[in-house]
Design a protein around this ligand. Structure first.
Ligand code: UDP
Length: 471
């Protein structure tokens, strides 16, 4: 390689966005000899701490978004664009490429101004990307609201999406401004990006990835090269595997504990929280449950606040719950070392909101799931896991539509922890765990895709530099 590449990565606020971006940065430094500068807008102390622990990338902290007024992330990132522009232009060296996450896509013109290539880090799966790429077409073709559309949304060469079950919430209602903002960024992907880094791997989604590359299928909508480089997840850090939780886990039988968590910001209604508590207690299975105070607004209400009062959520549990379950499980308020818990041999199930990082952390540890989607693309992920990959169970009616009752929760927990069906899911999960590990090995599909991306970045940079010299 002629000279070292330097990636500037723009990361949207929120722990769920930060974690994969930090890991991408580390992969580029470690495996491709990049220098990496990550620009963050930390919205909590926890985010700032997570970012500054990363020693091998430069971290530039920009002012946090104003979360006092409600606004969707696309709008927030649009408002923050000028701050990011000033920070990139103030760098000692001009970066050789810009990488943004989905919500940062409106910052692509900054790369054009600097004469450098621009890439999207789509920290999700290929099926969701396929839907996003087709969104502008669906927007033109579907009459009325998607939510009222009875027919599935057809994506060439891929599994179709049922609007009422699989489609991201903000795309369901045209009267919501977020719908139009989302279609706007979706339409920019094929027009403006030089490549897409995907947090999946070839062997996990072979058909969808092939469709993305086939000009008769999804390739009709986007010819941008796609690099499946995943699973990119935070590694297990042994110094986080100490303390009461791990002392307790060490004493439990292999694969006997179900971990219950709703990501960095998912929150439940009080009624739902009570049903989960009873469901866990009735199931008589061992558990670790990360709890937050219930939401009275939306399920993502806690997304920008991983800090908070540790005692607060406990008072919402059914009376006597902690006492009655003291030999069965642990309740952890607000935040737990999820990767370390999922990789502990005593953990055998995960009741999850199925954010994509949590999903990958479950897949790479071979832990079968109960999918409990709350918001965003979690609905798509839930269907992928339960119906396409066959590694999860789900409630009869999705949790965002109606409170799932204790009896059904008890049955699902027993099913994945002790039934024959659970064993089948576990076996499939273990195969996926092996396939993920292989993809990341030297010569594996994701390892190779990352090298191809680096080569593409270098050649795009040279091409643009030549054009700039000629002009
Ligand atoms: N996470 C964690 N401890 C918690 C909750 C979340 O370490 O108590 C981490 C989790 O391991 C994952 C990320 O936060 O890496 C959540 O990302 P995901 O995409 O699953 O969901 P989001 O938070 O974006 O909804």
């Amino acid at each position: 390689m002629s000279s070292k590449q330097h990636a500037a990565i723009l990361c949207s606020p929120g722990m769920g966005h930060l974690i994969p971006v930090l890991e991408l940065g580390k992969q580029l430094v470690t495996h491709q000899n990049f220098a990496v500068t990550i620009f963050i807008f930390p919205s909590s102390e926890a985010e700032l701490k997570a970012a500054t622990c990363t020693k091998i990338c430069d971290i530039v902290q920009l002012p946090p978004p104003d979360t006092s007024k409600p606004a969707n992330l696309i709008v927030r990132m649009r408002e923050l664009r000028h701050v990011f522009r000033s920070a990139v232009c103030a760098m000692k060296f001009t970066p050789t490429m810009l990488i943004v996450d989905l919500f940062g896509i409106e910052s692509f013109p900054i790369a054009e101004e600097l004469g450098i290539p621009k890439y999207l880090f789509f920290a999700s799966n290929a099926w969701f990307l396929s839907f996003v790429i087709c969104c502008p077409t669906f927007d033109m073709e579907v009459e009325g609201n998607f939510v009222d559309h009875k027919e599935p949304l057809k994506i060439p060469g891929c599994r179709e999406l049922r609007p009422r079950l699989d489609v991201i919430d903000i795309m369901l209602d045209r009267t919501d401004q977020r719908y139009h903002d989302f279609v706007g960024i979706a339409s920019r992907i094929p027009k403006c990006s030089d490549g897409i880094l995907l947090n999946t791997w070839k062997e996990l989604e072979p058909i969808t990835l092939a469709a993305l590359r086939d000009e008769n299928l999804l390739g009709r909508y986007s010819t941008v090269p796609v690099y499946p480089i995943g699973p990119i997840i935070r590694p297990n850090e042994s110094n986080s595997s100490a303390g009461k939780v791990f002392d307790w886990l060490d004493k439990q039988p292999t694969e006997s504990v179900i971990f219950v968590s709703f990501g960095s910001g998912g929150a439940l209604s009080h009624e739902q929280m009570i049903e989960i508590a009873w469901g866990l207690e009735f199931s008589q299975q061992r558990f670790i449950w990360v709890i937050r105070s219930p939401t009275v607004t939306t399920a993502d209400a806690a997304y920008f606040t991983t800090d908070g009062d540790v005692e607060g959520p406990l008072k919402y549990l059914p009376e006597g719950f902690i006492d009655r379950t003291k030999n069965l499980g642990l309740v952890i308020p607000l935040w737990a070392p999820q990767v370390e818990i999922l990789s502990h041999p005593s953990v055998g199930g995960f009741l999850s909101h199925c954010g994509w990082s949590s999903t990958l952390e479950s897949l790479t540890n071979g832990v079968p799931m109960i999918v409990w989607p709350l918001f965003a693309e979690q609905r798509t992920n839930a269907t992928l896991l339960a119906e396409e990959l066959g590694v999860a169970v789900r409630s009869k009616v999705p949790p965002w539509k109606k409170v799932v009752e204790r009896k059904e929760i008890e049955e699902m927990v027993r099913m994945i922890m002790e039934d024959q069906k659970g064993l089948v899911l576990r076996e499939r999960m273990k195969k996926l765990k092996e396939s993920a590990a292989k993809a990341l090995e030297e010569g594996g599909s994701s390892h190779n895709a990352l090298s191809q991306f680096a080569k593409h970045g270098e050649s795009m940079y040279m091409q643009l530099a030549n054009v700039n010299v000629r002009n």
